[in-house]
Design a binder for this molecule. Sequence first.
Ligand code: GDP
Ligand code: IMO
Ligand code: MG
Length: 433
Amino acid sequence: MTNVVVVGTQWGDEGKGKVVDLYAEDADVIARFQGGNNAGHTLVVNGEQTILHLIPSGILHDHKICIIGNGVVVDPAVMVQEIDRLQSRSLFPADTKLLVSENAHLIMPYHRSLDMARESRKTGKKIGTTGRGIGPAYEDKVARVGIRFCDLLDDMIFREKLKSNVEEKNFFLTKLFGEAPLDEQQIYDEYRVYAERLEPHVANTSLIMEREMRMGKKILFEGAQGCHLDIDHGTFPYVTSSNTVAGNASCGTGIGPLAIGAVVGICKAYTTRVGEGPFVTELTCEIGQRIQNMGQEFGATTGRKRRCGWLDMVLVKQSIRVSGITGIAVTKLDVLTGIEKLKICVGYKNHAGEEFTESVPPNLRILSECQPVYQELDGWTEDISHAKLISDLPKNARRYVERLEMLAGIPLTLVSVGAGRESTIVLKNPFSD
Ligand code: GDP
Ligand code: IMO
Ligand code: MG
């Protein structure tokens, strides 16, 4: 038995929430390790949909410990709201604990204001952020001026840090962006309420996880975003502000890397992207529209339409390498039903005839010249949403996933054919060696 990390292999929204909810059954601790409420993870249980932005996707299960690790940036307003919403729907089991690391940094109102002010100024050069203050919160962490949960719980430290931060941020907001200044006292009063509400959840989560592991308990690490939104390994600057790759499961929770035994990469059967940035296999034609409609490809956080395109194995292969992925979970295969000819991108070619098959070129000028090299496969028309075994799939759907597996060079752990927990073909249990 081992601990498992789940990460996205594309640009997010691969179906991590569904898979984490499914694997949570076999785990004792479910931990988020990076990102914040820019994430939107959708779970469908007994036909009922729940979208989680901050709370780990194990929360619907009894007898679990859900952890928001030190690597996450936490908007306390969202955390309180999410707890309240789950409780009001009786979806927060009384015997499941929710803990947040005392080292996790807080998203403050000035982070959201700066995020939105920058985005509205960057005409033509927008990143298309979620506007949740993620980038500015990570900037403050790296600049060593950020406010952590342990600071929030110490009134003197919080006052002091808030004062110097508001002073600095108001300078930028008013002088550079022409925005109204924020009121320090108002933020102070608002955050005192969060401090009181959230204090029972704040803990040394690294220590708790280590104790659990010593007792033989299993940990499931829940990645947010996707490997190509990673600050180091993604399509910079069109990325998020954290390391989304599996290695950060260790840093982002305070657990040594040897605790991780398996990494499951979630791979949508096609590709989507929300926000700006390069997208070699993007389909701006009618097929792209069809995938967008059939897959209900709207952002779970911002409601924006997701851009859609063919499956891109250059992206997936790079993710397998940088995250050390040991198994692939294919999702949303059902969305491709009814498309006559399907394409899988196996390489990019630029004007000079150079080919890229394992890595996305980091130079955006070179990348913008790249054309996809496709393999074409026949589609299928049969309804596959009730398939429970690979052998239940029509021949061409089987061929599609077999080709994906062959190109990935690692085994598949599951194939998802619908949003519900039950609409899954399970091939391997990543917790057993
Ligand atoms: P995440 O951010 O990776 O957790 O993914 P999102 O929740 O943002 O987006 C995935 C969307 O696809 C959600 O609406 C899920 O309910 C849905 N979904 C997940 N797996 C499947 C599947 O196999 N088929 C279909 N049709 N929908 C799926
Ligand atoms: P989940 O976990 C898809 C994208 C934004 C934008 C870029 C930077 O649901 O897969 P940010 O607000 O993080 O500074 O925005 O990253 N982005 C996501 N796209 N899924 C997500 O999360 C995302 N989180 C951020 O659209 O392009
Ligand atoms: Mg999402």
